[in-house]
Design a protein around this ligand. Structure first.
Ligand code: ZN
Length: 345
């Protein structure tokens, strides 16, 4: 019977996704003036009065000299990406300024709003916040590690009592990996960095869903853990392969991420309420905060002064939530360890 609330939660998550109709494709990149501008720029390397070095390769062919690792094809590929990214950026700037003069509202290009670059960072605010998130994740994970291995009692065979240590460790590594690629992606978005960012974020969300299910349903047996996580891993792998090899569909990806996000928030919330976990209040604050933060990802608005958008704010809200989340993980470890340690005595 333990299965029925779980399926109800999944069903609810699915309904939320179906109701989410605010996600549509961007229209800026369908604009013929913008398209022509990018096409022209990739040929000539210039937009308006600005010309880019990276686009030179198209006219002179092979790159000159340099160490072997900078020779084609990697070097050429990178140049091509850089050229396209610069062309798009300057064409977007020109087009948005034209539209603004005519009283038009900002539109999205390639699924994203236009940001003003600072130095060579494409979205400086999101880069800084991603780096901060990475630091907080690292701090949380290290303090969890120290608690488990150095502060809490160990079994006579020098193992820790807490049964979810391995899962939290993997979670910590996946989150740090995800924030690292998030910072890289927001620095310069090209196809490769985008795919790495999306894939690592989906992997993290998928794994945290597994963590939520295993913890909430107290799945401690190895075989049951494999049985529960296999379908989630299969689904997440298929989704990542689909995004990378077939179609990088933003709308679909947001829906998949929101579905996995909503499912785990509901699992944690229901579990905290039902089990009267000693740290239930932390869990609830994290769940409500996580839910509100998710709204920022769904109902995004154009960046304020082309700098701060809903996505950047979302990265800001995840900083206190991450801190709280690791604090919950540590409480849970202490709580389980003390009850198991008492039993063992
Ligand atoms: Zn981001």
């Amino acid at each position: 019977m333990a299965r029925s609330p779980f399926y109800r939660i999944l069903l609810f998550a699915w309904i939320v996704v179906l109701l989410m109709d605010g996600v549509h494709a961007s229209d800026g990149d369908a604009d013929p003036i913008y398209k022509a501008c990018v096409e022209q720029c990739e040929k000539t390397g210039c937009v308006g009065g600005k010309c880019f070095q990276h686009c030179k390769f198209l006219s002179d062919g092979k790159p000159e000299g340099g160490p072997w690792y900078l020779q084609e094809p990697l070097y050429l590929q990178w140049k091509q990406w850089d050229c396209r990214s610069d062309c798009r950026y300057h064409c977007m700037l020109t087009r948005e300024e034209e539209r603004e003069k005519l009283g038009g509202k900002p539109v999205k290009y390639h699924g994203k709003w236009l940001f003003r670059r600072a130095y060579s960072f494409q979205e400086p605010v999101s880069v800084a916040l991603s780096a901060l998130n990475l630091a907080i994740q690292f701090h949380g994970w290290v303090s969890f590690f120290i608690l488990i291995y150095y502060k809490l009692p160990l079994t006579p065979s020098k193992k820790n009592y807490y049964e979810y240590t391995g899962l939290w460790n993997i979670y910590g590594i996946l989150s740090m990996n995800s924030w690292f690629w998030s910072a890289v992606f927001h620095s310069r978005d090209v196809e490769l960095t985008e795919k790495l960012h999306f894939s690592s974020a989906v992997a993290l969300l998928g794994f945290s869903l597994i963590l939520a299910i295993l913890r909430a349903f107290s799945v401690r047996n190895e075989a049951s853990r494999v049985m529960v996580s296999t379908p989630v891993i299969a689904f997440v792998t298929t989704h990542i392969l689909y995004l990378n090899c077939y179609n990088l569909d933003y709308g679909l990806n947001i829906k998949v991420c929101v579905a996995m996000g909503v499912a785990q928030l509901l699992i944690w919330a229901v579990w905290a309420g039902v089990t009267h976990h000693p740290s239930w209040s932390k869990l609830w604050v994290a769940v409500v905060g996580g839910g509100l933060a998710m709204l920022l990802e769904i109902y995004d608005f154009p960046p304020y002064h082309r700098f701060v958008d809903a996505h950047a704010l979302w990265h800001a809200t995840t900083i206190p939530l991450t801190y709280l989340w690791w604090s919950f993980a540590k409480d849970d470890a202490e709580f389980r360890t003390s009850s198991l340690h008492k039993k063992a005595k």
